[in-house]
Design a protein around this ligand. Structure first.
Ligand code: SAH
Length: 273
């Protein structure tokens, strides 16, 4: 590859959690101007249809736990660098917000190593989208004074001390990428004596027309939700605030098991130059 005279610029932006209208004006402008768009799996197709320039090259670089079609992070880093060195205006569009459970650090390091200029535009992270569309204010007065964003995915391991602290804290807990191991989360928290006042909400496909919220006490989890597989993506909120859902839910609950986001294997394959 022959590097262009002038390096392109990379804009790393969050596309929001699902509802295509939950995107910033700044990211819409970046979408209109981008020549190459590298897209995560959890970005609404509507956003690309509506705002990407028809001339833009769209490259799907989604990741999905243990699924074929997943793009390795090293490939994403290389693509970002290659397109920028060709002098292209590149948009790296991520689901939710760029700094929450995303590999933005790897991408920034690759850009800095090649002295490629960049900008970062925030987005609405899934926890905030789910909280709003499920009517669960995360730090509601007299319920909680703080919120933690956590993850407990395939390879995570947390110490018993840490679980104990999580069970005892008054903070609202939001677990990303954890629904496959939710039974373990519940088992640990109940074993460490989490209060019966705290409930759990699983929010599947938050902010999309297929959003589905299921609430259970942790101690009745086995009976209510045990053995269920949840539709991806889903997020788990735990705390006293979950009780507020019953009174303040406003968005239609859709129990359909259809998928809003396509699995990586069905997204268009990589376009390499
Ligand atoms: N950067 C993203 C998170 C990426 S990690 C953000 O800020 O939202 C991917 C995880 O995010 C999923 O496994 C799921 O737990 C959560 N997630 C993303 N979009 C979601 C949605 N629409 N509904 C529920 N959970 C979602």
């Amino acid at each position: 590859m022959q590097p262009a005279q002038q390096k392109g610029k990379v804009i790393i932006a969050g596309a929001g959690p699902g509802d295509p209208e939950l995107i910033t004006v700044k990211t819409v402008k970046a979408l209109r101007q981008a020549e190459v768009i590298l897209v995560d799996r959890l970005v609404s197709e509507e956003i690309l249809k509506e705002y990407a320039s028809p001339q833009a090259e769209i490259v799907y670089v989604g990741k999905q736990c243990r699924r074929p079609g997943t793009t390795p992070q090293a490939t994403i880093n290389e693509l970002l660098v290659e397109y920028a060195l060709l002098g292209k205006q590149v948009l790296r569009l991520k689901g939710g917000d760029v700094s929450i459970f995303s590999n933005v650090l790897d991408e920034l390091q690759a850009l800095v190593a090649h002295e490629i200029p960049y900008e970062i535009i925030p987005g609405i992270t899934a926890a905030l989208g789910a909280a709003a569309y499920a009517g669960i204010p995360l730090t509601a007065r007299q319920h909680s004074t703080a919120v933690r964003f956590l993850t407990f995915y395939t390879y995570s391991k947390l110490t018993e001390e840490y679980w104990h602290e999580l069970a005892q804290t008054e903070d609202t807990l939001v677990f990303y990428m954890s629904s496959e191991r939710l039974n373990e989360v519940v088992e640990k928290l109940t074993r460490h004596g989490i209060s019966e006042e705290k409930q759990l909400a699983v929010v599947e496909q938050a902010t999309t027309p297929l959003q589905h919220v299921q609430v259970s006490s942790l101690y009745d989890y086995e009976q209510n939700l045990g053995g269920k597989t949840f539709v991806s993506p889903s997020l788990v909120i735990i705390g006293k605030v979950v009780a507020l859902h019953e009174q303040f839910q406003w968005f239609t609950n859709n129990p359909s098991r259809e998928h809003y986001f396509k699995p990586v294997s069905e997204q268009a394959s990589l376009v390499l130059q």
